[in-house]
Design a binder for this molecule. Structure first.
Ligand code: APR
Length: 237
C-alpha cells in the first residue's frame, strides 16, 4: 500500500487489556461486575448519580496506575510516519492512545478525563474531585457529569467517522468484540465502500466474518508487526 492511501483504525477495550485495564465482556469484564443499566445509561445517572460518578471515578483512578502498551505505541508511530490520511477512532474512554503520542484520534464514546455539561454541551477537563450536583461554570444550568456516551446516546463524531470510512482504502479493527453499534457496523460500511478490511483481535469477534482478513492474537504482538509491515510497504493490505 503506498504512502498516500487512507487508513481508518477502530480500537476497542482489547487494545488496552495488556496495559491492565479491564475489558467489558469476557472473564473479569466490567459488565460482569456491574449492570450496564445501573452505571451507563441516562436513567442510571438520574436515578443514582453518586453510583455513576463512583463507577467512573474508580475507572479514572485506574488510569494513573497503567501505561500505554506496545500496541498503542505502534499506532502512535504509524500516526507520526504515515503520509496519507489516517484516523484512529477509539471506543475507549481511557487516555492511553494520547499518552502514547497519537494525534489523529477521535474518542467516539467520550473520555474519562473529561466532564460534560448536559445543558450547554461544554466539555472540560475533569476537575477531580467532582461529586454529583456541581453546576456547569459556563452556563450554570446543568450539573457536570462524566463525559461518557451512555447507551442510548449519540456517539461523538459520527459524521466525521462515516466520511472517513467512505473514503478509506484500509479499515483496521483492533481489540473489539463487535457487540455494540454503531461501531460494530463500521466494517460493513467499509466493505460497501470498497476498502480492504483487517481485524486484529485476541479471539473471533461478532464481526469477524465481515473482514477480508482476521489475525488472532494479543494486540501488543499483532499491532507492532502490522505497523512494521505497513511502513515497510510490504503489507498485503
Ligand atoms: N489483544 C487483542 N484483543 C483483545 C485482548 C488483547 N490482549 N484482550 C481482549 N481482546 C479482545 C476480546 O477478544 C474482545 O473481542 O477485545 C475485545 C473486547 O471486547 P469488549 O470487552 O466487548 O470491549 P469493546 O468491544 O471495546 O466494547 C465496545 O461496549 O460497553 C460498551 O462502550 C462500551 O466501548 C465499549 C463498547
Amino acid at each position: 500500500m503506498n504512502e498516500k492511501r487512507s487508513i481508518l483504525i477502530l480500537t476497542g477495550a482489547g487494545i488496552s487489556a495488556e496495559s491492565g485495564l479491564a475489558t467489558f465482556r469476557g472473564p473479569g469484564g466490567l459488565w460482569e461486575g456491574h449492570r450496564v443499566e445501573d452505571v451507563c445509561t441516562p436513567d442510571a445517572l438520574a436515578a443514582d448519580p453518586a453510583l455513576v460518578h463512583r463507577f467512573y471515578d474508580l475507572r479514572r483512578a485506574a488510569l494513573n496506575a497503567v501505561a500505554p502498551n506496545a500496541a498503542h505505541e505502534a499506532l502512535a508511530r504509524l500516526d507520526a510516519e504515515w503520509g496519507g490520511d489516517l484516523l484512529i477512532v477509539t471506543q475507549n474512554v481511557d487516555d492511553l492512545h494520547e499518552r502514547a503520542g497519537a494525534r489523529r484520534l477521535l474518542h467516539m464514546h467520550g473520555e474519562l478525563r473529561s466532564a460534560l455539561c448536559p445543558a450547554c454541551g461544554e466539555r472540560r477537563a475533569w476537575p477531580d474531585p467532582l461529586p454529583p450536583g456541581v453546576r456547569c461554570p459556563a452556563c450554570a444550568a446543568g450539573d457536570l457529569r462524566p463525559d461518557i456516551v451512555f447507551f442510548g446516546e449519540m456517539p461523538y463524531g459520527m459524521e466525521q467517522i462515516e466520511a472517513a470510512i467512505a473514503t478509506c482504502d484500509l479499515f483496521v479493527s483492533i481489540g473489539t468484540s463487535g457487540a455494540v453499534y454503531p461501531a460494530a457496523g463500521f466494517v460493513q460500511l467499509a466493505n460497501h465502500h470498497g476498502a480492504r478490511t483487517l481485524e486484529l483481535n485476541l479471539d473471533q469477534s461478532a464481526g469477524s466474518g465481515w473482514f477480508d482478513e482476521s489475525r488472532l492474537g494479543p494486540a501488543s504482538t499483532l499491532v507492532p508487526a502490522w505497523v512494521d509491515e505497513l511502513l515497510a510497504g510490504q503489507s498485503t493490505q
